[in-house]
Design a protein around this ligand. Structure first.
Ligand code: M6R
Length: 607
């Protein structure tokens, strides 16, 4: 969850480190720090709070060193304090380490190292790494890091510098993402592509168990792999994609990017005449598709909500039974899964630790696992037996938006293809293809109503609770709308199946309770209208998301946000957009830090 950057080259490292950390702040903002090797010594600066405080501290500091590391922290072991901020150093202050992950045997290692005379300053698990490396140091930093890595149990992505090795970074990975950016006469390390994207498009994704030595000339020392140059990949992101542009927040930019992102997701993957999708990455023959007995979708957070909608899509079109599991539960509950099951892992980042563990568990039990992933080359993308990339472009906002709609489009294309092998006719398939192709323009129509939604959002500002309701395809949309509101505006919100309301939550409804009802004109519309009546009878404030032209609902709800008509199965791709905008504007009205919500990080790389 923490962000890591490293630079080794001929230019001063500091500007690169600070700019890289700025682009990685979505990975954590409890504290930030840097270490630069300058004239045979190590200069370390760190500060609690977000990066701006470190930048203030460094204003006017002239650091010329051309090798350095930086870190932005999401605290696990040890409170967010300056002492616990990274980089951490060894007893002599010559070795500095930045770390993402959790060292599980840190207490035992700490005791052993204390007994050998090492002096600890922080409460972090990371500091044991510094002292372990110090323990093994005999002039070869690379060998010392490799030796220390053999003693550690847990997840880590680390980058290490030493005052005694002015032109060397050593990086090691086990379970936490780490990449090397390949430049000309300079090289880079990042926990994530945005750290390095403006400087190089060429990256090496490190594998678990790997330790590499990086100098200005190249990536030289390798343990466990023969030739790294063969593993250089093109990132495929334009530098401009990771800037906010004219938008005040990444989240808003990404909400507005959805029409283009969706167009990219489906581009070249639909064949209208066949009423089908072509997804080469699935790596499955028609026979293999027909042999699938059951689909299990595993994911977390917003990706889990997308999975619920995938369940409805796949069951409807392919008549195959589908289960949707939180990856964290699947991993630890001895699941019945094996051959005949197709597991689909959904993850925007491809680095969510629980989802990675669930993928491994499913594979261990013999299931074929597909990935629906946004970040190219990420762990889940590389671990799975096949899959489909979202092509949504970098998603930086902690609150996931365009990846959600991208995932829904991919799930729909998978469902369409499964359906065509089993039940769906060519004519039905063609209708579905055309409806999907129309969505980017329909999304633009919703985005054009942003001002109206922003005005509505002002009424939520002093609210403490909100209820989100929906039925059928709209139920997971209600869950997603509630998650968006709570994660960025800190208003307690619950998503519920609309019909379940009378089994409990109806007790909460009064004139102060806003109830957002996702009520498009679909097969359950009449039932949802009855639910709205029940809320109004109890003086609840109803905000309905409804289909354009629906005049009936206007007479029943307090406010209506209209979305264009589409197929019922595709409605979530439209109905979620006003809910994203609503959550965003509520958070802005309340003065919340939209892109850096408290306690959250973009990518949850610890279990
Ligand atoms: O990268 P992933 O899709 O695996 O991430 C899963 C969740 O951590 C993520 O969706 C999270 O819930 C977001 N903050 C939601 O906006």
């Amino acid at each position: 969850m923490c962000g890591i950057v490293g630079y080794v080259g001929t230019r001063p490292a500091l500007p690169f480190l600070l700019a890289g950390l700025h682009r990685l702040e979505y990975r954590g903002y409890d504290s930030a720090g840097i270490a630069v090797v300058t004239g045979g010594a190590l200069e370390v600066y760190k500060e609690v709070g977000n990066l701006s405080r470190l930048q203030e501290m460094l204003a006017g500091v002239d650091l010329r060193g051309t090798t350095g590391i930086g870190h932005t922290r999401w605290a696990t072991h040890g409170e967010p304090t300056t002492i616990n901020a990274h980089p951490h150093t060894d007893c002599s202050g010559t070795i500095a380490v930045v770390h993402n992950g959790i060292i599980e045997n840190c207490e035992q290692l700490r005791r052993e190292l204390l007994a050998r005379g090492h002096r600890f300053r922080s409460d972090t698990d990371t500091e044991v790494l510094c002292h372990l490396i110090e323990e093994y140091s005999d002039g070869d930093l690379f060998a010392a890091v490799a030796a220390a890595a053999t003693k550690v149990i847990g997840a880590y992505g680390i980058c290490v510098v030493s005052a005694r090795h002015p032109d060397l970074l050593v990086a090691a990975r086990n379970g936490s993402p780490l990449i090397v950016g390949v430049g000309n006469g300079e090289n880079f390390v990042g926990s994530d592509v945005p750290a390095i994207a403006p400087h190089t498009q060429r990256v090496i994704y490190l594998d678990d168990g790997e330790v590499v030595a990086i100098t200005p000339e190249g990536v030289q020392g390798v343990v466990g792999k023969a030739d790294l140059s063969a593993r250089v990949h093109a990132v495929g992101w334009e530098p401009g994609e990771i800037d906010r542009g004219d938008f005040p927040h990444f989240m808003l930019k990404e909400i507005h990017e959805q029409p283009q992102a969706l167009a990219r997701t489906i581009s070249g993957r639909l064949v209208e005449s066949e009423g089908d999708s072509h997804l080469g990455g699935l790596n499955m023959t028609p026979k293999e598709l027909l042999d699938v007995q059951r689909v299990i979708i595993i994911s977390c957070g917003t990706s889990w909500h997308a999975g619920l909608i995938g369940e409805y899509m796949l069951e409807e079109t392919a008549r195959v039974p589908v289960e949707v599991e939180y990856a964290s539960e699947f991993r630890y509950r001895n699941p019945v899964v094996g051959r005949g099951d197709l597991v689909i892992a959904i993850s925007q980042s491809g680095e969510t630790a629980d989802t990675i563990a669930a993928v491994r568990e499913a594979q261990r039990r013999g299931a074929r696992v597909l990935g629906i992933v946004n970040v190219v080359g990420s762990t889940i993308a590389r671990l799975t037996d096949g899959g489909v990339y979202l092509r949504s472009g970098p998603e930086i906002g902690v609150a996931s938006t365009k990846a959600f709609t991208g995932t829904l489009a991919v799930l729909f294309m998978i469902a369409l293809h499964f359906g065509r092998q089993r039940h769906t006719s060519n004519a039905e398939g063609r209708i579905m293809v055309r409806a999907l192709q129309a969505l980017p323009d329909q999304m633009r129509q919703i985005l054009a109503r942003e001002a109206e939604i922003a005005e509505l959002a002002a009424r939520f500002v002093n609210g403490r609770n909100a209820l989100y309701l929906g039925r059928g395809y709209s139920f997971p949309v209600a869950l997603e709308g509630a998650l968006k509101l709570k994660e960025i505006s800190y208003i307690h919100a619950e998503g519920y199946p609309a019909a379940e309301m009378k089994h409990g939550p109806i007790a909460l409804i009064d004139k102060d309770m806003p109830v957002v009802v996702v009520a498009p004109q679909d097969s359950v519309y009449d039932k949802v209208v009855s639910n709205i009546e029940e809320i109004r009878t109890r003086r609840g404030q109803v905000i309905a998301v409804a289909t354009e032209g629906d005049t009936e609902i206007a007479s029943k709800a307090n406010h209506v946000i209209y979305i264009p008509q589409t197929l019922e199965i595709l409605t979530p791709l439209l109905s979620v957009v006003p809910l994203q905008l609503l959550a965003y504007h509520v958070a802005v009205h309340r003065g919340c830090p939209v892109d850096q919500p408290k306690n959250l990080a973009k990518s949850v790389t610890v279990e």
